[in-house]
Design a protein around this ligand. Structure first.
Ligand code: 5RP
Length: 252
């Protein structure tokens, strides 16, 4: 590889030998074996669980079990992982229709509605998911919740930089709660997304009317300057949960 970015395996942040990481890998491989077929165009999500899905693709392509796939990444980092794995990378300009998209999540409720965007890649994740016929999630079992907000606590919202203050005001006025600008890990400047935007984190009120997340999403993206939200409502076909005893729970 000619990459200067840490290679597959080396950049799994957590201890790769921990039971949780083993479970995430097992879920990614089980999901891949059930859904991925030769000849498919595949959306590849972002995050540490998806990294194991990239490993799955690499291993199956190398062994000859999977042929003629094309991969559309949802973030800069996923694109690097795919390139390092020598997998064919295309984009939605070349492949606007995908057979499947497999991605992670930060929270999954009982309707399989999701909060995503913990890694700040929510806009490309939403675009690639929307191009796919089937959307499947792979997630650590601790992402399960009964009501969105129980686990992840905030909703990430991508905004055009110039609008971040008015958008914060409008969100509080229209929907309540509080928003904060996501700061980069250096703690000196805002986190900049792959699209050169900012991320707002909305600490939303607990009493969202009827828990109508589709309406909340529509209201938020209607605000000038809002690019996308981390709400994925009514789009998930199945979730592969990595249980910490090594088993996999599939919810459909
Ligand atoms: C990034 C995401 C990720 O899919 C989400 O954060 C899950 O990551 P992980 O698999 O590391 O728990 O939405 O924007």
């Amino acid at each position: 590889s000619c990459s200067s970015i840490s290679s597959i395996g080396a950049s799994v942040a957590s201890d790769p030998d921990s039971p949780v990481e083993h479970a995430k890998k097992a879920a990614a491989f089980a999901c891949g074996d059930n859904y991925v077929k030769s000849g498919q165009k595949i959306g590849v999500g972002s995050g540490s669980t998806v990294k194991y899905f990239v490993q799955f693709l690499r291993e199956r392509v190398r062994s000859g079990q999977l042929k003629d796939i094309q991969c559309v990444p949802t973030s800069f980092m996923t694109r690097r992982w795919l390139i390092e794995a020598a997998l064919p990378v295309v984009d939605v300009e070349q492949c606007p229709r995908l057979d499947i998209c497999i991605d992670g999540a930060d929270e999954v409720d009982e309707n399989l509605d999701l909060i995503k965007g913990g890694g700040g890649c929510l806009t490309q994740e939403k675009i690639v998911q929307s191009c796919a016929d089937v959307f499947v999630v792979i997630a650590d079992a601790n992402k399960k919740s009964t009501a969105l907000g129980d686990k992840y606590k905030v909703l990430p919202i991508e905004v055009v930089p110039v609008a971040y203050i008015p958008v914060q005001r409008w969100i509080t006025e229209k929907f309540g709660g509080e928003t904060h600008l996501r700061i980069s890990s250096t703690k000196c400047s805002p986190l900049i997304t792959d699209n050169n935007n900012y991320i707002l984190e909305w600490h939303f009120p607990k009493d969202i009317p009827n828990r109508d997340w589709a309406a909340v999403h529509a209201g938020l993206v209607g605000l000038p300057g809002v690019v996308e939200t981390g709400l994925f409502v009514g789009v998930t076909s199945a979730v592969y949960f990595a249980e910490h005893d090594g088993s996999i729970e599939v919810r459909k």
